[in-house]
Design a protein around this ligand. Structure first.
Ligand code: SAH
Length: 234
């Protein structure tokens, strides 16, 4: 690998998304910052910092910047669940981010295209190609579909067909969630490698709230398996 990964930051937004990681690192130290607990230890004999950011873009952004500034990690992997936008995707399938964008960045009233951050150089943030390939090839170990695609993030739980169609048409999203593009933007601002791995807990449609409750554990575990396999291969 071109990247030298001595210590890796791993973020999930919710307890379910990091539970299996924590089981795999029974001994670790805990440091709290901005109300987030950063767990430093070894997972798959690699040095890692695992944390639960909390839900939403602000939590994810703060968590990412702290990982970079205070813990000296070399790359960031996000593991978690998302709503599928691509109709080919089933619950449990994997999306590995090639790029991320905030779908709720909306300054269209002033003439900016949807999802565009005014006056910023970038609004679509590219994941590290090496981490993408590592995650994608790790995913091929397992049953179920894995695709590379665009992860859309916003501070909203998407749960209707119209929004799904709009997000696919306007922003070409593969899945939607609430943190990835914030992690991605902070990483881009710091020139820092990242990848977002998401397993589908729902289809972001009228059944999303029920599916989310039923399948978050399964999807979290599918996403976890990819991270575990990635670290094993490093
Ligand atoms: N913990 C709360 C809130 C979860 S919000 C609860 O249990 O009700 C949903 C979380 O899952 C976010 O972290 C988001 O990244 C992801 N997610 C899954 N499906 C989503 C969808 N359809 N729309 C937006 N986010 C989704």
């Amino acid at each position: 690998m071109r990247l030298e990964l001595k210590q890796i930051g791993i973020i999930g937004a919710m307890d379910d998304e990091i539970a299996l990681l924590l089981e795999g690192m029974p001994e670790h130290s805990v440091t709290a910052s901005a109300g987030i607990e950063f767990r430093v230890g070894k997972f798959q004999s690699k040095q890692v910092v695992v944390c639960k950011s909390g839900v939403g873009k602000v939590n994810a952004a703060v968590c990412t910047q702290i990982l970079i500034d205070r813990f000296g990690v070399d790359a960031i992997i996000f593991t978690g669940v998302a709503g599928a936008l691509d109709p080919q995707l089933n619950i449990g399938d994997i999306v590995v981010s090639t790029e991320c964008q905030q779908h709720d960045m909306d300054v269209t009233a002033l003439g900016f295209p949807k999802g565009t951050i005014p006056f910023a150089e970038l609004s679509v943030f590219q994941a590290d190609p090496e981490l993408v390939e590592l995650a994608y090839s790790a995913a091929s170990q397992f049953d179920g579909q894995a695709v590379r695609g665009k992860v859309l993030s916003g501070d909203q739980f998407v749960a209707n067909r119209d929004t799904v169609e709009q997000l696919r048409e306007e922003l070409q999203g593969t899945c939607t969630e609430m943190e990835g593009a914030a992690v991605a933007q902070v990483c881009a601002m710091n020139g820092f490698p990242f990848v977002i791995i998401r397993s589908m807990s729902d289809r972001a449609d009228g059944s999303a709230h029920m599916n989310f409750t039923e399948f978050t554990q399964l999807a979290s575990s599918n996403s976890y398996r990819i991270v575990e396999e990635m670290l094993r291969r490093l």
